[in-house]
Design a protein around this ligand. Structure first.
Ligand code: ADP
Ligand code: MG
Length: 244
C-alpha cells in the first residue's frame, strides 16, 4: 500500500501499525474523516510513548518484573507497607531525599529499590540502577579511556540513582573518592536509593577510611528514609518449597 510506504518514510510507525484496522472500523462505524484522523493520531502518540518508555527502561537497567505489584508484603510483615506506598508517590524524588534499605540478604531490598525505580521511570524521571562495584569499575575504566567526564555527568544528572549492594565487597581504595564525589554532588541535587546488608558501623570496613566513610554517611542520611528490613530471606522460602 502506497500510504504505508509514506507513513513509514515519515516515521509514523504507530499510524502504520493500525491504519488497516482503523480504516475497517471507520467504515463500519461511519466515522467522519476528522474522527478517523484523530484516532490514528492517538495511535501514533501512544506508540511513541510506549517506545520511549521501553527505551528508558532499557537504559535504566531496572528489572520490569520486580515491581510493587509482584512484592508480597505478607511474606515480610515487619516492612511498613504504608511507608513504602507513601514513597510510591515519589515525593522523595521531588524533594531530592535518599532511601537506604538495610537488611540481611534475601529480605527484598533490591526488589523494593527496583520497584520504586520503576515508579519513578513511569512518571518520566531519569533513573538508573547499578551495583556499587559495577559503578566504580565503570568510572575507573572511564578514567582510562577518556570518557570519565561523560560517565560522571550522567550519574550526577539522574533524578534517581539506585546503588545496589553496598557491603558485599570491600571498595578498592582508589575508588572510594569517586563514590564520595558522587554522593557529595548528588547531595540536595538528586535522590539516591542504596541497598546494603551492613550496618553503618561496618561501612568503615567497606570503605577502609574512617573520615571518608563518615563524610559519605553524613551526606546520605541528611535527608533520608532509613528502612531496616527484619525478617526471613525470600530465597530460603523458595528453597524450602523445592525441598518439600
Ligand atoms: P536482597 O536485595 O535483600 O538480598 P532481593 O530483593 O534480591 O533481596 O530478593 C531476593 C529474591 O526474592 C528476588 O528474586 C526478589 O524478587 C524476591 N523477593 C524478595 N522478597 C520478596 C517478597 N516479599 N515478595 C516477592 N518476591 C520477593
Ligand atoms: Mg540485593
Amino acid at each position: 500500500m502506497e500510504i504505508l510506504k509514506h507513513l513509514k518514510g515519515l516515521k509514523l510507525s504507530g499510524m502504520a501499525k493500525t491504519i488497516e484496522a482503523r480504516n475497517k472500523y471507520a467504515i463500519e462505524n461511519n466515522l467522519s474523516y476528522l474522527d478517523f484522523i484523530s484516532l490514528l493520531l492517538q495511535d501514533e502518540y501512544s506508540n511513541r510513548a510506549s517506545n520511549s518508555y521501553l527505551k528508558r527502561l532499557r537504559l535504566s537497567k531496572l528489572d520490569p518484573s520486580k515491581s510493587l505489584d509482584t512484592f508480597d508484603f505478607n511474606f515480610q510483615p515487619k516492612i511498613n507497607k504504608k511507608l513504602i506506598l507513601d514513597l510510591q508517590a515519589l515525593r522523595f524524588v521531588q524533594e531530592k531525599e535518599n532511601i537506604i534499605f538495610m537488611g540481611n540478604p534475601g529480605v527484598g531490598k533490591t526488589h523494593l529499590a527496583n520497584a520504586l525505580g520503576l515508579e519513578a521511570l513511569k512518571k518520566g524521571y531519569k533513573v538508573k540502577m547499578i551495583c556499587l562495584s559495577d559503578m566504580l569499575s565503570m568510572l575507573l575504566t572511564a578514567k582510562g579511556d577518556g570518557s570519565y567526564h561523560k560517565s560522571f555527568k550522567e550519574l550526577i544528572s539522574l533524578d534517581l540513582l539506585i546503588i545496589d549492594e553496598i557491603g558485599f565487597k570491600k571498595i578498592p581504595q582508589e575508588t572510594v573518592d569517586e563514590f564520595f564525589e558522587i554522593v557529595k554532588r548528588r547531595h540536595e541535587n538528586g535522590s539516591i536509593i542504596i541497598t546494603t546488608n551492613r550496618l553503618f558501623e561496618d561501612w568503615v570496613k567497606i570503605f577502609g577510611d574512617q573520615v571518608l566513610a563518615s563524610a559519605i554517611i553524613d551526606r546520605l542520611v541528611h535527608y533520608c528514609h532509613i528502612i531496616k528490613i527484619l525478617g526471613p530471606s525470600y530465597r530460603m522460602k523458595n528453597m524450602k518449597n523445592k525441598i518439600n
